[in-house]
Structure formats: structure tokens, C-alpha cells
Design a binder for this molecule. Structure first.
Ligand code: NAI
Ligand code: 15L
Length: 273
């Protein structure tokens, strides 16, 4: 059955803004949560993930949570600890206490960012795709917090029966903007399809999936996502000629071009606040 009331954390962010416009057509009523005000949404809850009372209030009566809030780039460990590690724990505790049955957790490819990518000079149809059970190889403190979130989700399933789909999102933006993104891009429309599948599939326990479109140059295995009912419709290949003409093919000798996490392995973009 489709959950009706969905708590969307991180609603003011890039992905939160995309999902605010795309998810209502799947039948969700959204309750919004973010530490920053959500533009044009006076009923949004403006609170930090450190505020346990606000979280208890936020989860009351919801059918599921789409947990996007957190620092989305690299940052000093103390900041990651507060927002992503303690913050995600606080959310899970509030959800457990309230009996919320399912969370969809925005994990990231950076939980496994130091995994070597299939070489760019291997033809796409003979590449060995990275499975979801590849060991955690975080590329940053940020990626480490996503590895933690996946383990936390496993614990809450095993111990408390709270279900999670952990989505290791690639790059969910309107368009891919570099050559790596040809492999890891998730179109916003496919993002909404995947989150909807993760929210509605039966008996997920704790399931880990990669989050991307059906890209010709895909690096990872989408079979666990497809098993939830996800049927991606987009492919980044339409952007390939222009991006490759501009930047060239990925260089397998350069760490930032030959690992899943891209530049996060040596020069991560840093959280601005
Ligand atoms: P974003 O940085 O645009 O949005 C994150 C939101 O979380 C912001 O609005 C921020 O105010 C809020 N937030 C941060 N710390 C908070 C706290 N302590 N309490 C309450 N709210 C807090 O990031 P984006 O791109 O929208 O990503 C959303 C989620 O998806 C993040 O968890 C990110 O790590 C994950 N993700 C996103 C990817 C993408 O391609 N956009 C790729 C992989 C993972
Ligand atoms: C992420 O986890 C970030 O939140 C997002 O801003 C992108 O950098 C994305 O990964 C990526 O790997 O492209």
C-alpha cells in the first residue's frame, strides 16, 4: 500500500526541492523538515536533527520517512558527527519510538567511493558491475557517515523491525555536468521513481540499492533496485558527446577519475556552512 503521509527531511536542499515537486503526483502528502526555512512552505518544520523533541513531533503519525537531511559534502569530522551520525541516530530513535515502519535513507556512492570503477576503456557491455555487497570503502568523513547510516539501518531492522531502503545515490541533478556523471547520474524523474518504489515495495527489511538511471556507461548493479519495482526510464548517454568533447574520456591512471567517488578521493568539495 502507498504510504500517505511522508516526512521529508532535508526539504530545503537540492534533492528535497526536486522531490517536493515530483512526489505529490505519486499520492504522498508531505511533511517538511529542514534546519533552513523551506521557501514558500510556512508549515515546514524548521529544526535541527539535533533537536530530539522536534523530531518526535515530526514523525508523529507519518507512514514513512524519506531522510535526505544532512551535510551532503565533505566537512570537518565534528560537523559530520553532529548532523549525519548523531542526527541520523536521533531520527531513527524518534521513528522507532513512534512505530514508523519504514525509512528511505539517502546514502551515497561515497560510502564505497574508494572502490575502483570499471575502466573507461572496457566496453560498457563487458564491464563487471559493482555489486551492493561490495565492502564499505568510504572516501571521506562524509562517506563514512553514510556507511554508518547503512549499518544503523541494519541494526534497527535486525533489532527493532524498522525497515529501511538505503539508496546509494550517484549524482541526482537536472543534467550530468562531467564525464563521471555519465556513469552515476540519476535523473530527478528516475529519483522519484526509485524513492516511490523504495517506499512501497513489500517486505524490504534492510535493502541496499544504487540510485541511478539506466545509463549506458553504468558502473554498478541496479538489480536490487529493480527488485523493488524500480524501472528507470532515463539514460545519460544523450549528454555523452558534448561532455566528452569538452573534458575527454576518464583517465584510468588518475585516482579521481578511476574510483566510484570521483574527486572525493583526493579533492572533495567542502560543505560551505
Ligand atoms: P543539500 O545539501 O542540497 O541538502 C541537504 C539539506 O539538509 C539542506 O537543506 C540542509 O539545510 C539540511 N540539513 C543539513 N544538516 C541538517 C541538520 N543538522 N538538521 C536539519 N537539516 C539539515 O543536499 P542534496 O543534494 O539535496 O542531498 C540530499 C541528501 O542526499 C543528502 O543526505 C546527501 O548526502 C544525499 N545524496 C545526494 C546526492 C545528490 O546527487 N544530490 C548524491 C548522494 C547522496
Ligand atoms: C554526493 O553524495 C553529494 O551529496 C552530491 O552533491 C554529489 O557530489 C554526488 O555525491 C556525486 O558523487 O556526484
Amino acid at each position: 500500500p502507498t504510504p500517505r503521509t511522508l516526512l521529508l527531511t532535508g526539504a530545503a536542499g537540492g534533492l528535497g526541492t526536486l522531490m517536493r515537486s515530483l512526489l505529490p503526483e505519486y499520492g504522498y502528502e508531505l511533511r517538511l523538515f529542514d534546519v533552513r526555512p523551506v521557501e514558500g512552505e510556512p508549515d515546514a518544520i524548521t529544526a535541527d536533527l539535533g533537536d530530539k523533541d522536534a523530531l518526535r513531533e515530526a514523525v508523529r503519525g507519518v507512514d514513512a520517512v524519506l531522510h535526505l537531511a544532512g551535510i551532503s559534502l565533505e566537512a570537518p569530522f565534528e560537523k559530520i558527527l553532529r548532523s549525519n551520525i548523531e542526527g541520523t541516530y536521533n531520527l531513527y530513535e524518534a521513528a522507532r519510538e513512534a512505530g514508523v515502519p519504514r525509512i528511505v535513507f539517502a546514502s551515497s556512492n561515497h560510502a564505497v567511493g574508494f572502490t575502483p570503477a570499471p575502466r573507461a576503456d572496457t566496453p560498457p557491455d563487458s564491464r563487471v558491475l559493482i555489486p551492493v555487497d561490495t565492502p564499505h570503502r568510504p572516501d571521506t568523513f562524509y562517506g563514512l557517515s553514510k556507511s554508518f547510516g547503512e549499518d544503523l539501518a541494519q541494526l534497527y531492522w535486525d533489532k527493532h523491525g524498522l525497515e529501511t531502503v538505503s539508496v546509494r545515490i550517484g549524482s541526482c541533478f537536472a543534467e550530468p555536468t562531467d564525464v563521471r556523471m555519465l556513469s552515476v547520474w540519476m535523473s530527478p524523474a528516475d529519483g522519484a521513481r526509485l524513492f516511490h518504489a523504495a517506499l512501497t515495495a513489500e517486505e524490504v527489511g534492510h535493502t541496499v540499492v544504487y540510485g541511478s538511471s539506466a545509463n549506458t556507461r553504468l558502473w554498478w548493479d541496479l538489480s536490487t533496485a529493480r527488485a523493488l519495482g524500480y524501472a528507470p526510464r532515463d539514460d545519460s548517454e544523450q549528454f555523452a558527446a558534448k561532455l566528452i568533447a569538452e573534458h575527454g574520456e576518464l583517465d584510468p591512471e588518475k585516482p579521481a577519475q578511476s574510483h566510484l567517488g570521483g574527486r572525493f578521493v583526493d579533492d572533495p568539495p567542502v560543505w560551505p556552512y
